[in-house]
Write a protein that binds this ligand. Structure first.
Ligand SMILES: C[S@@+](CC[C@H](N)C(=O)[O-])C[C@H]1O[C@@H](n2cnc3c(N)ncnc32)[C@H](O)[C@@H]1O
Length: 186
């Protein structure tokens, strides 16, 4: 019979996957204004090992206590830098060795499962209301979108971020098959 892992088992399992993970991940967040969305994004970043977060536009502040309500203490685990313009954030990500992949339902975007996500990737996501700016879309190395089949315009930005970051890690981990070594019994 299965049961939930205890916190110490989860820590051990996380350590095992950390040892198997080499790809560097970063995130560029452009004008995500709702603190609960940024908090949720920060929690995903901390979970999936995002090295650095570049904030631009009028994005919420990671230090805002309202962000903390969804980040649940994980905000401090992700290094972040705020830059005045999207151009500067793109430049900073590239200078740090990342290929920038914008996440947007945009012309010439490729579906996520076929996107170039190998190597060190900085994913870039846009505002809740108007999405990625033209500067971000034209400055990115590639653009990808998450296919949708419902009669809905788009996903919540924090959910879209989590799906795409998990896909990047999944690509690297798929070679390990199901050998996850989750603790048995207890
Ligand atoms: C709520 S959406 C933006 C709204 C949309 N562009 C519009 O004008 O209605 C916020 C962000 O979430 C991400 N996003 C949401 N759904 C997506 C999807 N299906 N594919 C790619 N990105 C998505 C993008 O980064 C987007 O900029």
């Amino acid at each position: 019979m299965s049961s939930q892992l205890r916190p110490t088992d989860v820590k051990r399992l996380n350590r095992q996957w950390r040892r198997r993970t080499e790809g560097r991940l970063a995130l560029l967040v452009e004008s995500v204004t709702q603190p609960f969305n940024l908090g949720s994004i920060l929690r995903t970043c901390a979970t999936l090992g995002v090295d650095h977060l570049w904030l631009t536009g009028n994005s919420a502040d990671p230090e805002d206590p309202k962000v903390g309500k969804t980040a649940l203490g994980t905000a401090a685990k992700v290094d972040h830098t705020r830059l005045a313009t999207t151009g500067q954030a793109l430049e900073a990500a590239r200078a740090d060795g990342f290929e920038v992949v914008a996440l947007e339902l945009a012309k010439n975007a490729v579906p996520l499962h076929a996107a170039p996500l190998e190597g060190d990737v900085c994913l870039a996501v846009g505002a809740e209301d108007h999405g990625c700016s033209p500067a971000l879309l034209s400055g990115a190395d590639a653009i990808t979108y998450i296919p949708q089949i419902g009669r809905v315009g788009s996903l919540n930005v924090a959910v879209a971020t989590a799906i795409a970051l998990a896909e990047i890690r999944r690509r690297e981990w798929s070679g390990f098959g199901d050998g996850a070594d989750a603790p048995v019994g207890s």
